[in-house]
Design a binder for this molecule. Structure first.
Ligand code: N01
Length: 556
């Protein structure tokens, strides 16, 4: 039994189930959190809304869904045996394979016995007398735990926009983030898709190859780079494995976005026109997200950014046969990379197909959805099925769905009503013993998520072991440390071009959501160092309290 689980007051409340830690979510974050804590001897219960592990990869089953970070890197590093025994089939694995991997991990590490599926955590209240979280689940269970960990994911709360007539549509409506498990066959159908973010850009070519006709309703064009996806050979997998120690170290410690890649040593304007073009060509041919690493100032300097943006706009014009369609597809209202750059297979070329029509809905949007049509600018586009590729209430949406009450009964939603406030993206002042994995204020969505997940999970696990070893019961971010961190996150964002885009990073895709830049942009390596130093200094910026509530042990 762990020190934490021997806290007085546990198990005293009749039918209330007790454990050391409750984890919300069994995606990659929740699974690894469970594994780490169990190995440390903590009792853990995980609740997962879905019917299986996998998180975002459980829900996002739309046609063409695959990761946009190379699979050899978008995979756990905590177990050398695991990374040696699992063979990824392609450079960017498709969703079914990633889900299979998640299931394999769950079985290999025997995680399932501690996960309750098809069950949401609806409410969590911190009891200041016992210093425990009291948790209610959707099946009516009451639980108490010393610690609560939100592993709810950054992009897991699918967003259905308010469009006039949507509920009256007589055909089938699908959301990319909530795709039917049995799949959808669009053969012979007229399909409309709303949105042109990453999900649409991956699914459009696949749906177009099935459907009788596909109408793509675009409000904002996005920059997309070819994936150059291909099968991985045994030799390529072995080369990765041989170099894994350095690849993983680099991703954790030296990189900005947790991806092993060659880092640029110069700015875009340091090269002449020909050299610059050659570099962009080389990156374009290589494919993938690292296009943005061609130069070190693409997200800092507008003139530098323009050179990369112009290059991609020219590529679109080369690929798309109809000049008017090409123009509509060329992004013109945000610097390249300030919205999540997309990675595609044949996206732009798909608009050369006779059965695909691009419908520009800017500036007035969709007028209304009728029984069997989408009406734009007075024209009805007749369809049988509608796909909403309209994104997520990102970073805070899934947390906001849980009624979380901290000290004095204050809710997290009230506290975050002007935007999320955290210390290091890990904790929020006033909500003791509540951790968030890859929360707002951490690199999270600006990085290879699995690397950032592992870093947070390890930090939290080490922290709980530290507390147990010293008889500490409560940890809470101080308001002072939190304010300083929030200011720092904003200051760093302001030095970049990112705030110029109306992106989901800024909360701009949700009407009424406060506009603040949510992820920490200082870089994964820098951020890890900060977190490690905080821990090494006895958890600087956190107040820790021993079993006797009066005795404050460490503050800053
Ligand atoms: O969502 P999005 P997503 N009327 O928010 C449009 C990750 N991801 O699911 O830009 C008309 O990017 C909206 O238009 P606008 C990745 O991090 C990763 O595609 O607001 N249109 C936009 O075009 C990604 O960034 C992978 O003008 C409306 C689209 O819907 C994140 O998830 C794959 C509208 C939403 O785009 C989200 O991507 C997929 C309306 N009322 C996703 N409302 C990989 O790993 C919204 N839109 C590869």
């Amino acid at each position: 039994m762990s020190a934490v689980s021997s806290i007085p007051g546990k198990n005293h409340a009749g039918s209330v189930e007790a454990c050391d830690v409750i984890v919300v979510g069994a995606g990659f974050a929740g699974m690894y959190m469970l594994h780490r804590l169990r190995k440390l001897g903590f009792s853990v219960k995980v609740f997962e809304q879905g019917g299986d592990v996998g998180g975002t990869w459980y829900w996002n089953r739309y046609p063409g869904a695959r990761c946009d970070v190379e699979s050899m890197q978008y995979s756990y590093s905590f177990s050398d045996e695991l990374q040696r025994e699992w063979d990824w089939s392609e450079r960017y694995a498709p969703q079914p394979e990633i889900l299979k991997y998640a299931r394999h991990v769950a079985d290999r590490f025997n995680l399932r016995p501690d996960i309750t599926f098809n069950t949401r955590v609806d409410r969590a209240e911190f009891d200041e007398n016992s210093n425990h979280w009291e948790v209610t689940t959707s099946d009516g269970r009451q639980l108490r735990a010393a610690f609560l960990v939100l592993a709810t994911g950054c992009l897991s709360n699918a967003r259905v926009p308010e469009i006039k007539g949507l509920s009256e549509f007589k055909g089938k409506v699908y959301h990319t983030g909530h795709w039917p498990h049995e799949g959808v066959d669009f053969t012979d159908q007229r399909v409309g898709i709303i949105g042109t973010g990453s999900s649409a850009i991956q699914s459009v070519p696949v749906i177009a190859s099935q459907a009788r006709h596909l109408f793509v309703f675009q409000r904002t064009p996005n920059f997309s780079i070819p994936a150059r996806n291909a099968a991985l050979t045994d030799e390529e997998r072995e080369a990765f494995r041989r170099n894994y120690p350095e690849i993983r170290r680099f991703a954790r410690e030296d990189s900005r976005n947790a991806i092993y890649a060659e880092l640029p040593d110069r700015g875009a304007l340091d090269d002449g026109e020909n050299a610059r073009r050659a570099k962009y060509e080389e990156r374009w041919e290589k494919g993938g997200l690292t296009f943005m690493l061609a130069y070190n100032n693409l997200l800092l300097d507008q003139a530098a950014n323009d050179t990369a943006a112009n290059f991609v706009r020219e590529k679109i014009a080369e690929i798309v046969a109809d000049p008017a369609t090409a123009r509509i597809l060329q992004p013109d209202n945000h610097p390249i990379g300030t919205k999540r750059i997309c990675v595609d297979t044949n996206y732009y070329a798909t608009f050369n197909r006779p059965n695909v029509t691009l419908v520009n809905i800017r500036p007035h949007g969709i007028e209304e959805i009728r029984d069997h049509a989408v009406r734009v600018g007075g024209n009805d586009y007749e369809i049988d099925a509608l796909v909403l590729a309209t994104g997520f209430d990102a970073m805070t949406g899934s947390v906001a769905k849980i009624d979380i009450l901290g000290r004095g009964g204050a809710t997290l939603n009230q506290k975050w009503s002007d935007g999320p406030k955290t210390y290091l993206g890990l904790m929020s002042a006033g909500f003791p013993n509540l951790f968030i994995i890859t929360g707002p204020g951490s690199p999270s969505v600006l990085s290879n998520m699995i690397v950032s997940i592992e870093q947070h999970v390890d930090w939290i696990a080490d922290c709980l072991a530290f507390m147990r070893g010293r008889g500490l019961e409560v940890i809470e971010a101080t308001r002072q440390a939190e304010e300083k961190w929030v200011a720092h996150v904003n200051d760093v964002a302001e030095t970049t071009l990112y705030p110029q885009a109306n992106s989901w990073y800024m909360g701009a895709n949700i009407p009424g959501k406060p506009r603040i830049f949510m992820p920490y942009i200082g870089g994964v390596g820098v951020y890890r160092k900060i977190c490690d130093e905080v821990a090494a200094k006895g958890y600087e910026g956190f107040a820790m309290t021993a079993r006797e509530p009066e005795r404050v042990v460490a503050t800053s």
